[in-house]
Design a protein around this ligand. Structure first.
Ligand SMILES: Cc1ncc(COP(=O)(O)O)c(C=O)c1O
Length: 393
């Protein structure tokens, strides 16, 4: 008895592996990207109220009506997108299911999917399960002539071709913290229009941008509304990663492609949590501004702790991760560095190489999450400082 070849070919997720290692050795876990503090009480109370009210049967497969309406209002309010709640939204079990469904719904065996690497691990698995071929475009770390993570426009253009069906984009980007600029989005849009490809854009960190960086939706660019699915979820915006309420929104024909898969993957998403996320999306502007300010503060704490330890992080413009070049420190690769940091120093980080389809292009970089309580960040800072990781050799 064994799993299918398709599933056996998928590597175990690096997050589970490092979280298990962190738990075993008692390390402070800055590896996995979930907050160790709770989401807003008013939103949790909305879930309790929905449970008590009896909103406990299957929701509509497209998503509960109040949530679809709230998603549409939120898209208008923050992204300047017009989305019909009746025909252009599907609620899914997290952004993860939305991406999986979009890929199953749009990609036939042998079709190509363009994605930027480092790439969130579920993208490669979704493409593999659809029998598609992932064409990675490599994001390069900042250097003397590039202040932020960047890509070569020629490499992007070369990744597209007649077999390209979908480009999977994530902005703000996990793990680099890159926020794609309008000029960069325009380059992606030009390729999509040129090759008649669909864009699936994962915007789960859309509310987490810093230092004046602006999150822009690809769907808002000229000619892109009709070929873009915008994906998001309540996980990061409301600090409720365990709820797994996400969605995809876009033109009806693309919505139908997602729905075609969704109806047989999960069919519907927990009803009371949908009602609570609807309430969350309608929170006043002060909530979203406060979230940004709070994460900017946590980011500052982690960056200071890393700098004080001798590690030199790049400053992320978005999301909730900071990356550090850990090359030249006597380790064979970033995986070896992260294992040593977890077991010897007692702070878990994730090796960036795990996010590469083509590992030969991976730099030696560790990713630290700052979606953590002050207690956790302070303890990590203490351990890192005590370890005195020093300068690169
Ligand atoms: C880029 C990206 N997309 C999607 C997800 C998962 O979102 P959800 O929990 O809504 O499935 C994550 C979680 O870490 C992520 O980093």
């Amino acid at each position: 008895m064994q799993a299918s070849g398709r599933v056996r070919a998928l590597p175990p997720t690096v997050f589970s592996e490092f979280s298990a290692l962190a738990a075993r050795v008692g390390a402070v876990n800055l590896g996995q990207g979930f907050p160790d503090f709770d989401g807003p009480e008013v939103v949790r109370e909305a879930a309790v109220a929905a449970l008590r009210r009896g909103d406990n049967q299957y929701a509509h497969g497209l998503g509960a009506v109040p949530l679809r309406q709230a998603i549409s209002e939120h898209a208008r309010r923050f992204l300047d997108l017009t989305v019909d709640p009746d025909t252009e939204v599907v609620v899914t079990c997290g952004a993860t299911e939305a991406i999986f469904d979009a890929v199953q719904g749009l990609v036939d065996a042998g079709d190509e999917v363009v994605a930027f690497q480092p790439v969130y691990d579920s993208y490669a698995a979704s493409v593999a399960m659809a029998g598609g071929v992932l064409r990675p475009v490599t994001l390069q770390p900042p250097d003397a002539s590039h202040p932020r993570w960047w890509f070569d426009a020629g490499e992007l253009e070369a990744a597209f071709g007649s077999r390209t069906r979908v480009v999977l984009l994530n902005t703000p980007h996990n793990p680099t913290g890159k926020v794609f600029t309008v000029a960069e989005l325009e380059q992606v849009a030009a390729c999509c229009r040129g090759w008649n490809a669909v864009a699936v854009v994962d915007e789960v960190y859309g509310h987490l941008v810093y230092d004046g960086a602006e999150h822009r939706s690809l769907a808002g660019l000229p000619g892109m509304a009709e070929r873009t699915l915008t994906v998001s979820s309540g996980a990061k915006t409301f600090g409720l990663t365990g709820w797994k309420v996400g969605w995809a929104m876009g033109p009806r024909v693309l919505r139908d492609a997602v729905l075609g898969a969704h109806q047989y993957v999960t069919f519907a998403v927990p009803t009371p949590l949908q009602h609570a996320v609807a309430a969350a999306l309608r929170l006043p502007d002060t909530y979203f501004a406060g979230l940004q300010a709070d994460y900017a503060r946590r980011r500052g704490k982690l960056l200071a702790a890393l700098n004080a330890s001798g590690l030199v992080p790049w400053t992320p413009e978005g999301a909730y991760f900071a990356c550090v070049d850990v090359g030249g420190r006597g380790f064979s690769d970033d995986d070896a560095f992260c294992r040593d940091l977890t077991t010897r120093v007692g702070v878990a980080a994730i090796p960036l190489s795990a996010f590469y389809v083509d590992r030969s292009r991976a730099p030696c970089v560790a990713r630290f999450a700052f979606c953590k309580s002050d207690t956790t960040l302070d303890e990590a800072a203490r351990r890192l400082r005590a370890a005195n990781l020093g300068a690169r050799r």
